[in-house]
Design a protein around this ligand. Sequence first.
Ligand SMILES: Cc1cc2nc3c(=O)[nH]c(=O)nc-3n(C[C@H](O)[C@H](O)[C@H](O)COP(=O)(O)O)c2cc1C
Length: 203
Amino acid sequence: MKTLLAISSAPNRDSNSTTLLEEFCRGAETAGVHVERVHLYDLHLPYFDYENRKAEPADNVANRDIKKMEEFLINSHGLVIAAPVWNFSVPAILKNFLDRISYIGRVFKHKKSMHKQPNLTQLHCYYIFTFGVPWYGWLFDSLAYYHTTLTLWYCGGKNHGLLKASDCGNGSTNVVKNRPKLLHKAYKKGRWFAQKYLQENSL
Ligand SMILES: Cc1cc2nc3c(=O)[nH]c(=O)nc-3n(C[C@H](O)[C@H](O)[C@H](O)COP(=O)(O)O)c2cc1C
């Protein structure tokens, strides 16, 4: 059974992006995929620096969680990342996660080469972004997806799509849990993604 790694980068478990992510995961599970759910706020991920860039020693408290994520990334065939757009970018916790996996994202594969090569070439990727600014900010919000999708592409991942949800608020107003059509769309996208890219005989 192939594994889909599902990463949520919002602080709250009932947030809009995490709710859509959960629907996506439920859809993927109906297609027979094992889903590994990770809430970034549950991890201990000190900011990237030149001491921890290689995440060694692995049993150091600053490295344990990133090592676990490294194992998930290497052993998964699918990755779905969900995030709210914050200040036309991604939440710092997601950016830091992407920075911290950069040492496994590209590695030296050829002895004579001076350049690192993409290392996550088995990963099929999908993204879920929620946002709240009026329409005139949407173009700038797209910077958040470009950063994230480009980073995964640079590491070898294959990007297959993006589910966006506008007009998302916090708390009780404008929440996706009151939008059954959108929830169903996320569910269907998860099933489609798993069927197309993560079943045994898929691409
Ligand atoms: C610190 C912060 C910055 C935000 N910046 C933006 C922004 O630049 N663009 C936008 O469309 N929405 C912005 N929002 C609104 C959030 O994107 C929106 O509330 C969020 O998508 C809801 O999803 P969530 O429940 O998963 O957090 C911001 C919200 C916060 C808390």
